[in-house]
Design a protein around this ligand. Structure first.
Ligand code: SF4
Length: 157
């Protein structure tokens, strides 16, 4: 894992999950898997969050909530879809009440497969998210510095 300069805070949102994936997310916070050893802190406040971890598919009722949570998070930010429901809508994809996965309404950076997603896979997804977040933070700082100095800058990725 790349050198992490600060601890990203993570917001967990349950879309329309059956709770199977949420139980596995909670397992990641226990001492057995201990996601906090990666420097990640769990928060309930989107305005403090850097990583949005979403479970369950998107439906008409939760679509505006997912969008609002995403919009409330400061830039830079990273989204992780956990479980096939959040990735694609899963087995509920063609149901009348499911619009699809999280990327139906917001950009998703990391897709964690599984039904339910295993804690090891979720941790792997969080590590990927932390690396993406670090890269975006570095790019954001360069862009901010350039903006303040009035120069144009090309940032890749
Ligand atoms: S992927 Fe499986 S376990 Fe996870 S929310 Fe969907 S149905 Fe439940």
């Amino acid at each position: 894992m790349a050198n992490i300069k600060r601890s990203p805070w993570l917001l967990h949102y349950d879309g329309s999950s059956c709770n199977g994936c949420d139980i596995e997310v909670l397992a990641c916070l226990t001492p057995v898997y201990d996601a906090e050893r990666l420097g990640v802190m769990n928060t309930g406040d989107p305005m403090q969050a850097d990583i949005l971890l979403i479970t369950g598919g998107v439906n008409a009722q939760n679509a505006p909530v997912v969008k609002q949570l995403y919009d409330q998070m400061p830039n830079p930010k990273v989204v992780v879809a956990v479980g096939v429901c959040a990735c694609t809508g899963g087995v509920f994809k063609d149901c009348y009440n499911i619009l699809g996965g999280a990327d139906t309404v917001i950009p998703v950076d990391v897709y964690v497969p599984g039904c339910a997603a295993r804690p090891q896979a979720i941790i792997d997804g969080i590590i990927q998210a932390v690396e993406i977040f670090q890269k975006r933070s570095d790019d954001y700082k360069v862009e901010e510095k350039a903006r303040k100095s009035g120069k144009e800058v090309q940032v890749n990725g």
